[in-house]
Ligand binder design. Structure first.
Ligand code: ADP
Length: 487
């Protein structure tokens, strides 16, 4: 918008006509005072200012405008009746653009000057805007940088205070901070704490974690610089995210040596105890079986002999499981795999289980019709465990489904679906771990939590995939998928 200031309405009229004809929006004031009032309310791109006016003249108006930060940059074109020295005209108005036109006005010259000044004003405004944006961008960056620094300092303070070895690394895995404890194990921030030569490589695992953006948790043995003894530590590496992208990694080493030694002592005890128990139990079992075979049916003692045999068998299974665990731990769970007809193996096992659980209806769905590479005894053990669990953890349910099919991936799928208590998502992740039991299974029977751990190990040795699907309160499906036998 252009403001025309002139005490003569006819002058305003002619100027307005010229400018409006060329699409410039125009406003007008008939005195200096009115012009000043208007500039406070409205932003003008240019003021065309008559020099000779009664009351406040053009120079005074310009002087006041130049003193106000809001108006000082508005370009001014003075209108003067007489040819006046430019130096004189610029009096009192030293900042901003300025020019003059002698009356009578030549419309072409006026338009040329107006266009130039408007363009100048626009450019100036854009420049100012850019400068303003730049200033706030710099402010914002400074503030963010300061916040990041404060956060990092806070984090470093916390990491210094904890008893663990702790460090942080950039999003690409370059270590940029280590706490004091680090230096008991490494002499430099640039040298990652070396782990036992027999432990899996940390750098490979770490690279994987960074590439997949996933947290890492692994057990490693490390030793103090002052020491020659390796201690077990749990190394955990967690990503720190901001707006869903990783900005940092925080790593800690927690000393778990005591727990590891205690677990080792417990395993050793279980191994010794189960071996010691196995020998006398084998004799007891043999004697009870003998007693059972010589006790005539329908005598008073027969039910007691039957019950004793049943309990002895339970104890025998339990001790066999414990022995299996110690074999797994010591890497001595060894068995061979042979060409095996899967359907025959499944039929035989289920038939045997049907006799143990005569009240449960086991619905068979599908057959495999193929051979697999398996150890029959061990695979039977897995099926027995899955089905026994399905019965055990489905109180009140009288049926389960046994599903056999060839999976699209060219494997034999075998699943047991029950209608039992089900398993929560949280428990599902750990259910195949050693000694893991669901803590809240209500009044349902509880075992030792070793059956599935052994199954998992057996299935791994078969190169099988395995898992479960489950919904709490609705039931579970435990399954495995075995590779086919290939000649
Ligand atoms: P155990 O049955 O001897 O405790 P397992 O290793 O066979 O040990 O099973 C571990 C845990 O998994 C069980 O304690 C039980 O809580 C849960 N579980 C196993 N099978 C099922 C199932 N079919 N339905 C619900 N829970 C199950």
């Amino acid at each position: 918008m252009i403001l025309i200031v002139d005490d003569r309405p006819e002058n305003i009229f002619s100027l307005r006509s010229i400018l409006e004809l060329h699409s410039f929006p125009v406003d007008a004031a008939t005195s200096g005072e009115e012009a000043l009032k208007k500039t406070l309310k409205q932003k003008y791109a240019l003021i065309i200012l008559d020099v000779q006016m009664p009351g406040m003249d053009g120079f005074e108006v310009a002087e006041i405008l130049s003193g106000n930060s809001q108006t000082k940059d508005i370009p001014i074109i003075f209108l003067s009746a007489v040819s006046t020295e430019k130096k004189f005209i610029t009096k009192g108005y030293n900042s901003g653009a300025i020019d003059y036109i002698i009356k009578p006005i030549d419309p072409d010259i006026l338009l040329l000057k107006v266009k130039t000044f408007i363009r100048l004003y626009e450019q100036n405004r854009e420049l100012n805007l850019m400068q303003e944006n730049l200033r706030s961008e710099i402010e914002f960056r400074k503030k963010t940088e300061q916040q990041i620094q404060e956060k990092a300092q806070e984090l470093h303070g916390i990491l210094e205070a904890i008893p663990h070895i702790a460090f942080t690394a950039s999003s690409t895995g370059i270590i940029d901070f280590v706490n004091d404890n680090w230096y008991q194990y490494s002499d430099s921030i640039a040298k990652f704490i070396p782990s036992h030569p027999d432990d899996p490589s940390i750098s490979a695992q770490w690279n994987d974690a960074i590439l997949s953006s996933r947290a890492l948790e692994t057990e490693v043995r490390i030793k103090r610089l002052s020491d020659d003894v390796y201690h077990y530590h749990l190394l955990s590496l967690l990503p720190v995210k901001e707006n869903d992208s990783i900005v940092k990694w925080v790593g800690t080493y927690t000393d778990i040596n005591e727990q590891k030694l205690a677990a080792k002592r417990k395993d050793e005890f279980l191994t010794i105890a189960s071996h010691e128990l196995k020998t006398p139990l084998t004799s007891i079992k043999a004697y009870v079986q003998l007693l059972d075979s010589v006790t005539p049916e329908k005598t008073d003692t027969k039910p007691f002999v039957d019950r004793t045999l049943k309990q002895v068998n339970k104890l025998d299974n339990l001790i066999n499981d414990l022995l299996d665990i110690s074999r797994i731990e010591s890497g001595k769970l060894r068995f061979d795999l042979h060409e095996t007809d899967f359907d025959q193996l499944a039929d035989r096992t289920i038939e045997m289980l049907q006799q143990i659980y005569p009240d449960i209806e086991m619905h068979r769905e599908g057959t495999a019709g193929v051979k697999v590479l398996a150890n029959e005894v061990r695979l039977e053990q897995v099926i027995i465990n899955f089905i026994s669990n399905a019965v055990k953890y489905s109180p009140g349910s009288k049926e389960l489904h046994v599903i056999t099919k060839l999976s699209p991936g060219g494997k034999v799928y075998f699943g047991i679906r029950d209608h039992g208590i089900g398993i929560s998502d949280k428990d599902r992740e750990s259910i195949f771990n050693k000694f893991y039991r669901v803590s809240d299974s209500g009044s349902t029977p509880q075992g030792l939590g070793i059956g599935l751990y052994i199954c998992a190990e057996i299935l791994r040795r078969h190169d099988a995939e395995f898992g479960l699907e489950s919904k709490l309160g609705e039931g579970s499906t435990f399954y495995f998928m075995l590779p086919l036998f290939k000649n």
